[in-house]
Design a protein around this ligand. Structure first.
Ligand SMILES: C[S@@+](CC[C@H](N)C(=O)[O-])C[C@H]1O[C@@H](n2cnc3c(N)ncnc32)[C@H](O)[C@@H]1O
Length: 286
């Protein structure tokens, strides 16, 4: 029996679609004999940090996000300093106007240090981007975690990610680089609701299915998280997948949708249940 996977305690980055709560369940389906692990939609890195691979490449199309991970990997003091300096600035004078000044700074220069602080201090931890890539979430009402707590978390996450190389790239080139014996885990933007939120113009599900198919024929195993069903009133969306591409399907119930909660101005929708499907290109027996 395989030892259960445990995610690092406390999320480091808040991110829409984070798999933090389900990362252990997802990793449990991964094979043991992985040559190299690839995660081309890294986001908040919850699955990667839970799997803690010794030989891995993680990437994302959002350059400042990749810079955060690279800096965490290489220099704990720098990333902790970025956070501490902005935390002090937020709490010196008027919090709300300080937040908007930092958001404006991010939107002007797209720097990783500002993004790091915004993801922890924005409203509901729901980081949204407009089509031009500018970040547009209002100021959060919570108190962001203190710098000492941030540093402890950063240390924990960093230990899990030492075997990972972080690359700024569109997903397709990364999947195409995977070789026989490798494992690729894909967690793309939810087709139904998320594409615009990451400013991710370049994402297409058909392009992803094409890359997965090519990888599979090279002997690469691919796992894909994708919307299972999303019910709100009468609406149910299920994404069709090409026949024969996947051999195993699992349903993972992820609870109420944070995105909907945000759009409803903080109200909770009791009937909104979101289920993710985890699709594997290999046969996995529970
Ligand atoms: C659902 S999130 C991943 C969440 C991640 N599993 C986690 O636990 O936080 C999807 C990610 O895909 C990235 N993305 C969107 N389009 C992309 C593309 N064309 N190539 C690579 N990454 C892309 C987004 O920036 C976002 O970080």
């Amino acid at each position: 029996m395989r030892a259960p996977f445990v995610p690092p305690k406390g999320q480091l980055l808040k991110w829409i679609g984070s798999k933090q709560r389900f990362a252990a369940e997802i990793c449990q389906t991964f094979p043991r004999d992985v040559r190299r692990y690839w995660e081309p939609f890294i986001g908040s890195a919850s699955v990667c940090a839970t799997f803690a691979p010794t030989n891995a490449v993680a990437s994302d199309v959002l350059a400042p996000l990749v810079d955060i991970w690279r800096t965490l990997h290489d220099d704990l003091d720098q990333v902790s300093g970025w956070y501490a300096e902005r935390w002090e600035r937020l709490h010196t004078g008027d919090k709300v106007s300080n937040y908007y000044a930092m958001r404006a700074a991010y939107n002007a220069s797209r720097g990783p240090a500002d993004l790091l602080f915004l993801v922890r201090s924005c409203y509901g931890g729901v980081v949204r981007f407009a089509r031009d890539g500018s970040m547009n979430t209002p100021c959060g009402i919570h108190r962001p975690i203190p710098p000492e707590e941030f540093r402890k978390r950063a240390q924990r996450w960093r230990e899990r990610l030492q075997g990972v190389q972080f690359v700024h790239s569109d997903f397709e080139a990364m999947i195409d680089a995977a070789q026989h014996g490798d494992l690729v885990y894909c967690d793309p933007p939810y087709v139904d609701s998320q594409t615009a939120l990451y400013g991710a113009q370049g994402f297409s599900l058909q392009r992803l299915f094409g890359a997965i198919d090519r990888a599979r024929s090279r002997g690469v195993r691919v796992a894909l998280s994708i919307d299972g069903s999303k019910r709100s009133g009468k609406k149910v969306c299920a994404v069709p997948t090409p026949p024969g591409l996947f051999e195993t399907e699992r349903e993972i119930t992820v609870g109420r949708s944070m995105l909907r909660r945000f759009q409803m101005g903080g109200q909770t929708l009791e009937h909104e249940v979101v289920a993710d499907r985890l699709l594997l290109t290999w046969k996995h027996l529970p």
